[in-house]
Design a protein. Structure first.
Length: 85
């Protein structure tokens, strides 16, 4: 299965897969960071709270990463097409 298109930028599927991997890694990292950093700032966060907070930020992070990836891919393709014209 090809998830990229040579010379044409990244496909939507490749963008989605990249964003999902980024999401999983970011979620795990955020759980650890909240558990360590929260108490340093006086926040005693339960595991359930940590999961809820991390889930909220993860959803917005995923949307941001995917949208920015698609924007930059569109800008890249537009630039390549203009140079070919």
């Amino acid at each position: 299965m090809s998830i990229g298109t040579a010379g044409m930028g990244q496909t939507k599927l490749a963008s989605m897969l990249e964003a999902q991997v980024n999401l999983v890694v970011g979620f795990m990292l955020s759980m650890v960071v909240w558990a360590v950093v929260g108490p340093l700032f006086g926040y005693e966060v339960t595991l359930v709270d940590n999961l809820g907070i991390t889930a909220c930020f993860t959803v917005f992070s995923f949307l941001r990463a995917y949208c920015l990836r698609r924007l930059f891919n569109w800008l890249h393709i537009r630039t390549v097409k203009r140079r070919q014209a």
